[in-house]
Write a protein that binds this ligand. Structure first.
Ligand SMILES: [Zn+2]
Length: 166
């Protein structure tokens, strides 16, 4: 039987991609989008799969930010995304930067003491005694490094006392 004329004999030409890959010299289609920058999250480059992967792995979210801005951003993430954190009123209600600074010192102090809130003043003191005993320069033959560690421990102790029990 004869094929009706209207039957397609050949497959249609594959449609050319709407966009080309933005990677210089790449002839592939730009099917995958990637934001142009942190400040232009709604504007995109268009890449092929290979180049969107390369772009994403090289993409620096912090590009174009000053060091101070980057630091603030990182602090904001590490400090405030810890849901178990409770600060007394002193750290709250201040400018966010001052609060972040206070919280950051607190964070470091907690790390030095290897202690997690909530804790009591008794527990804090007990932990302090253990650390002092462990790191006292006298126990290390007057070692300079031990002296430094003791200084850090004392600072951390003062920070934690001020943050939680004053
Ligand atoms: Zn490409």
């Amino acid at each position: 039987m004869r094929r009706p004329v209207s039957d397609p004999v050949f497959a249609a030409e594959p449609e050319p991609p709407l966009r080309g890959c933005d990677h210089p010299g790449c002839a592939a289609g730009g099917e995958f989008r990637a934001p142009k920058s942190r400040l232009e999250l709604d504007r995109y480059h268009w890449f092929c799969l290979e180049h969107v992967r390369a772009y994403n792995s090289a993409w620096n979210y912090y590009r174009g930010m000053s060091d101070a801005e980057i630091e603030a951003e990182i602090r904001h993430d590490t400090v405030w995304q810890r849901p178990s954190w409770k600060h007394n009123g002193r750290a709250n209600g201040h400018g966010s930067e001052a609060a972040a600074r206070a919280a950051s010192a607190c964070d470091q102090a907690l790390a030095v003491f290897d202690i997690e809130p909530p804790f009591t003043v008794v527990r804090l003191k007990a932990r302090y005694k253990v650390l002092v005993k462990e790191h006292h320069p006298d126990a290390h033959g007057g070692d300079k490094a031990a002296e430094e560690r003791l200084k850090i421990i004392n600072q951390a102790y003062a920070t934690l006392k001020a943050s939680y029990f004053s």
